[in-house]
Design a protein around this ligand. Structure first.
Ligand SMILES: *[C@@H]1O[C@H](CO)[C@@H](O)[C@H](O)[C@H]1NC(C)=O
Ligand SMILES: *[C@@H]1O[C@H](CO)[C@@H](O)[C@H](O)[C@H]1NC(C)=O
Length: 300
């Protein structure tokens, strides 16, 4: 058997392999993800992804540079605790030692809490001066409304989402595909000039790093509750929200898809890695050697 037959067999095999692997990988859509880098020396980085289950070990922000929150814990929060209440500072699965302030707290989902200006509940330490290093980018605001006949929503049923830029863009994709939301791009958040204020928040998510607001709701308790206040310690929602299937859809997508920090990757087995590398480099020569050996024996 000649070398041409061999190469055509190998070629055919590779072709089939390509057909088999190719379409699967290219049609796969990866979930919207952004990275949180916490060290410039060790490449410490973890992904924050939509639909992630979160959880895993907590880590500490490295002290190898002048990170504003060096030493604080981050990660470990899982999706089951993603909803807070209507109290700013709610929704922390851990690190809620002082319910009068959010200052000094860890980052259970990898991202930082919101700020409302005027140091409300100690939020100035996460203020706009650090927007450039905020995980997911600066705080933005985004209108969430729908004009399709699907929901039969009226003009005044417009919600506003306040969160970091990457989260806003990632979740808008889910709103548009799942809840028939009219697509819009986010706008920069300015606490003094925002369409919604702290008293308009109907729900906090992800350790108060994301809020859903509604202009027609004015929570008289917003500024004078603790971060652990329950729903009962806020004003009730107007009926238009309470029985709205559109709101229900928005809230479900928030809870299911909001990007959160993935658990740390498993340590890869070294022997397995070496075998994979050896075979990916020498696989064909090894196959060729075996083939040559077999044909040599058979042709005797
Ligand atoms: C849509 O809403 C209007 C006003 O609330 C109501 O009168 C109408 O019956 C609704 N239509 C459908 C199909 O539910
Ligand atoms: C909410 O109500 C208070 C008290 O009536 C008022 O001062 C405040 O401006 C209201 N907030 C909004 C956003 O309408």
């Amino acid at each position: 058997m000649g070398i041409f037959t061999l190469s055509s067999i190998v070629g055919t095999l590779l072709l089939f392999l390509g057909l088999w692997v190719g379409p699967t990988t290219s049609s796969m859509v990866s979930p919207p993800t952004f990275q949180v880098i916490t060290s410039f020396n060790t490449f410490d980085a973890r992904n924050v992804s939509s639909w992630s289950g979160g959880g895993g070990q907590k880590l500490n922000i490295s002290t190898d540079s002048f990170h504003p929150f060096a030493g604080r814990e981050f990660g470990g929060g899982d999706r089951s605790t993603i909803r807070g209440t209507r109290a700013f500072g709610s929704g922390y699965p851990y690190g809620k030692n002082d319910s009068s302030t959010i200052s000094g707290r860890p980052f259970p989902y990898g991202v930082w809490p919101l700020y409302w200006g005027q140091n409300i509940k100690g939020s100035d330490e996460y203020g706009s001066q650090f927007d450039t290093v905020r995980p997911g980018g600066p705080l933005v605001i985004q209108a969430i409304s729908s004009t399709t006949a699907h929901w039969n929503v009226t003009n005044d049923e417009t919600y506003y989402m306040l969160t970091d830029r990457d989260t806003a863009i990632a979740i808008m994709t889910s709103f548009v595909t799942t809840c028939h939301v009219t697509p819009v791009w986010p706008e920069i958040f300015d606490p003094g000039n925002s369409p919604i204020k702290i008293e308009n928040v109907i729900q906090y998510y992800r350790a108060s790093s994301c809020a859903l607001g509604f202009k027609g709701y004015n929570n008289s308790h917003a500024l004078n509750t603790t971060t652990e206040a329950t729903y009962a310690e806020s004003d009730p929602l107007p009926e238009v929200i309470m029985y709205s299937p559109f709101h229900h859809c928005i809230d479900s997508v928030m809870a299911d898809a909001l990007p959160i920090m993935d658990r740390p990757p498993k340590k890869t087995n070294k022997v397995k890695m070496i075998l994979i590398i050896v075979f990916s480099i020498f696989g064909l020569p090894i196959l060729w050697g075996i083939w040559a050996l077999i044909s040599c024996i058979c042709n005797r």
